[in-house]
Design a protein around this ligand. Structure first.
Ligand code: GLN
Length: 189
């Protein structure tokens, strides 16, 4: 199994480490050719307006959207969550736009720009997950086949829709690989 990691910006190395821990091969994606033969794709955090522009400049936006429409499993963290959403409240920025989600960017304001919390996630079992938020977005609404996997204080922080998985927080910044493993399960299915 080979997983691509979009490597234009952001926490690439941390996702690579998490996936290697789970015993899968990874490839950094910088060009459309790097998408050939991958079984899944990770979109890391960063800054979504910048990453959107880079996706266009590197001619990756449309090929990734096409692969996602065809069923390639894609996991987006933070900026990745924003880019995968069809709706970004109040913004017309570039996006891959595959999920029936409504996203609020930088939703936690300045004083909560970065915070951590241990939150139980039913889909992952009893043990709470240590969530790390950095200028995090949240999802305020899901539609269609999109489904919330974690709602905390009224905000959707982990969601999936068919082959797509998104988190508002950064599981790659912890030692807990359960969310990456959950993503790999989408590939096995
Ligand atoms: N606030 C960033 C954005 O709008 C996301 C932050 C992150 O990825 N940690 O893209």
């Amino acid at each position: 199994m080979k997983i691509g990691i979009l490597a234009l910006q952001g926490a690439v190395r941390e996702h690579r480490n998490a996936l290697h821990k789970l015993g899968v091969e990874t490839v950094d994606v910088l060009n459309p050719e790097d998408l050939e033969g991958i079984d899944g794709l990770v979109l890391p955090g960063g800054e979504s307006t910048t990453m959107g522009k880079l996706l266009v400049r590197y001619k990756l936006l449309e090929p990734i959207a096409e692969l996602g429409r065809k069923g390639l499993p894609i996991f987006g963290t933070c900026t990745g969550l924003i880019l995968l959403s069809k709706n970004i409240n109040g913004s017309d920025q570039y996006r891959i736009g595959l999920m029936d989600t409504f996203v609020e960017r930088n939703a936690y304001g300045r004083q909560l720009a970065s915070f951590e919390a241990d939150i139980p996630i039913p889909a992952l079992g009893d043990e709470p997950f240590h969530t790390v938020f950095i200028r995090a977005p949240y999802i305020d609404k899901v539609e269609g086949t999109a489904k919330a996997l974690l709602t905390y204080e009224g905000k959707i922080l982990l969601a999936e829709q068919d082959n797509l998985l998104v988190s508002a927080f950064h599981p790659e910044l912890t030692d807990d690989t359960r969310i990456h493993a959950y993503f790999l399960n989408k590939i096995k299915k």
